[in-house]
Design a protein around this ligand. Structure first.
Ligand code: HEC
Length: 127
């Protein structure tokens, strides 16, 4: 319960739990982390990039990249590609995309870059 409450405070979203589960269960976190670079861009960075360049279209771009894969958008990760995930339902894709977009604030909220499910506490100074 504590975790749910902190997540809500942190990102202002209720759906985070199910999206978080999908992300954990589908191995996204073997390449991605929430707020820090791993072998793929952080979800926080993805959120920011798409909000900046894609505006209202950000969510669609994210959904498409999950469905169809992506390569070459993030020069730092040019050697890697984002595999396609064809099995998510529309609702699941929507919830994952909302979750990723909500991470834009995590760069401050969760400055140390803990992964999903590990120590999602508010950073000091956030209160
Ligand atoms: C094998 C490693 C790997 C896995 C597993 C993986 N990704 Fe990625 N992902 C990447 C890489 C690399 C990129 C950068 C692609 C690029 O530069 O275009 C990326 C990019 C993305 C983007 C940004 C696309 C854009 O258009 O801005 C999203 C969103 C994303 N991944 C979500 C996910 C989700 C959700 C999962 C799990 C369902 C997942 N990824 C699993 C490697 C991975």
């Amino acid at each position: 319960m504590k975790k749910i409450v902190t997540m809500m405070l942190c990102s202002g979203v209720l759906f985070a739990q199910s999206a978080e589960k999908l992300i954990e269960q589908n191995g996204c976190l073997s390449c991605h982390a929430i707020a820090s670079k791993k072998i793929a861009p952080a979800f926080a960075g993805i959120a920011k990039r798409n909000m900046r360049f894609e505006g209202d279209n950000a969510k669609n771009v994210i959904i498409n990249s999950i469905k169809n894969g992506s390569k070459g958008k993030y020069p730092m990760f040019a050697d890697m590609k984002m595999p396609s995930f064809k099995n998510f339902s529309k609702e699941e894709l929507s919830s994952i995309a909302d979750y990723i977009l909500a991470q834009a604030s995590k760069a401050h909220c969760n400055a140390k870059g803990h992964g999903v499910g590990k120590g999602m506490q508010m950073g000091r100074g956030m209160r």
